[in-house]
Ligand binder design. Structure first.
Ligand code: GUN
Ligand code: ZN
Length: 434
């Protein structure tokens, strides 16, 4: 007996990337098809191309006509804090006061598994509504928060990466582990979740300030024992943070030197912010192929500083772009591009819209080493697709009436768009909106 799987064919304009484009003329770097089709079955993309070429290959497929909308790979947010859904939009502080006054008290609530489960539902609803189909998330210090994060992602069949934060000092009661419990709980979470379904684990020492040398030593042991897991932390976000780190680790040559000493760096290390870097730190980033993560709305909101995208790229350092909610002020990767554009403008740097949309799809996937699974519409990829309406609001529709090129349309989407521009989202082939 042969089993036939149900096929779904999405029709619309389709755009994805094969490499980082220079600009619109760089046609080898991207595919844009006016009357395109994406054929999906069993959670994967089976084929994509012109509608007239793909449709005859799948006469029994259910056709969903999204014309005139734009279909792209689902967005990827490689730095976000799951327990901060009720911290976002907290007034008046820079990093260390913001953590102490707002964030740490809120994260203590995640000791309660019921609260974790409830917030996980909201978290994934928000990601999906904004077109984000993969995220790399910090959970709270409590193992229960990571369990809730992975359980809810599995229920929705979403490709998610996350980890419980390890933090054993400079945090209030109820929000500290110990070097040993941090190690043991991380170990058991990896055994339970890493590689299960679409989940991957990220070993997550929060940042140098909230970990003792003993804890970072054990984080390094975890990295050595689980080289296929990610490592995520924060780096050089704020001047007071950098000065406090230097006090706590007086023997380190600089901030990155702390993580270097404990063996945390490498191609799977994701380093949030990386703003105020010294020349030696940039050398070490390049040598270890560690990945800075630019978080524009957060950097503006906390007044942290300006990320040097061109400078890092000139050194061959591949970076990612992310929301960093709840210091970030939007779940939207479109809005994140909008604010990122302005940060680069302040430094005389220019980001072409095609490069911008590459960044939040294939670019972020490539930083994660996952571009064979997510971030493109290539056959064999997982069927995570976002459907964008560039005329979603009256202001967008009015501006779109004057748009003559794909690049203009993309720039309108990133400058004026948010969740209202996300008409539909498919996760592993299943429609998630309405
Ligand atoms: N550094 C350590 N923890 C955090 C956090 O939760 N948010 C940001 N923006 N920076 C951090
Ligand atoms: Zn962060």
């Amino acid at each position: 007996m042969t089993r036939t799987s149900r096929q779904t064919l999405l029709r619309g304009r389709i755009l994805d990337f094969h490499a980082e484009p220079v600009d619109e003329t760089d046609r080898d770097a991207y595919s844009y098809i006016e009357d395109g089709a994406i054929l999906m079955a069993d959670g994967l993309i089976v084929a994509r191309g012109g509608f007239d070429d793909v449709a005859p290959c799948a006469p029994d497929a259910t056709v969903i006509d999204h014309r005139p909308h734009l279909l792209m790979p689902g967005f990827i947010d490689p730095h976000i804090h799951f327990p901060q859904v009720q911290v976002i939009a907290s007034w008046g502080a820079q990093l260390l006061d913001w953590l102490n006054n707002y964030t740490f008290p809120e994260e203590t609530r995640f000791a309660d598994p019921q609260h974790c489960a409830e917030m996980a539902g909201h978290f994934f609803d928000l990601l999906t509504a904004h077109g984000t189909t993969t995220a790399v998330a910090f959970c709270s210090v409590h193992k229960s928060s990571a369990d809730a994060f992975f359980a809810e992602a599995a229920r929705r069949n979403m490709r998610m990466i996350g980890g419980k934060v390890m933090m054993d000092r400079n945090a209030p009661d109820g929000l500290r582990d110990t070097p040993q419990t941090g190690y043991d709980e991380t170990k058991s979470l990896i055994a339970e979740w890493h590689g299960k379904g679409r989940a991957y684990y990220a070993i997550t020492p929060r940042f140098a300030i909230t970990s003792t040398p003993e804890q970072l030593e054990l984080a390094g042991a975890l990295v050595a024992e689980h080289p296929d897991c990610y490592l995520q932390t924060h780096l050089s976000e704020n001047h007071d943070e950098i000065a406090f780190t230097a006090e706590l680790y007086p023997d380190a040559p600089d901030y990155l030197g702390v993580y270097e000493k404990y063996g945390l760096l490498g191609p799977k290390a994701l380093l949030g912010h990386a703003i105020h870097l010294k020349p030696r730190e940039i050398d070490v980033l390049a040598d270890t192929q560690s990945k800075p993560v630019f978080c524009p709305t957060s950097n503006l909101f906390l007044g942290s500083g300006l990320f040097d995208n061109d400078g890092l790229r000139a050194r061959g350092i591949e970076n990612a772009i992310a929301t960093d909610v709840g210091a970030g002020t939007s779940y939207s990767m479109l809005h994140t591009l909008n604010e990122g554009y302005k940060i680069l403008q302040l430094q005389g740097q220019k980001q072409h819209p095609l490069r911008a949309f590459h960044w939040i799809t294939r670019g972020n996937a490539s930083v994660l080493g996952l571009e064979d699974k997510i971030g493109t519409l290539a056959p064999g990829s997982e069927a995570d697709v976002v459907v964008l309406d560039p005329c979603a609001t009256p202001a967008m529709a009015l501006r779109m009436a004057r748009a003559a090129t794909l690049s203009e349309e993309l720039f309108i989407l990133q400058t004026l768009g948010d969740d209202r521009a996300v008409a539909q989202v498919y996760v592993a082939g299943a429609a998630m909106k309405g």
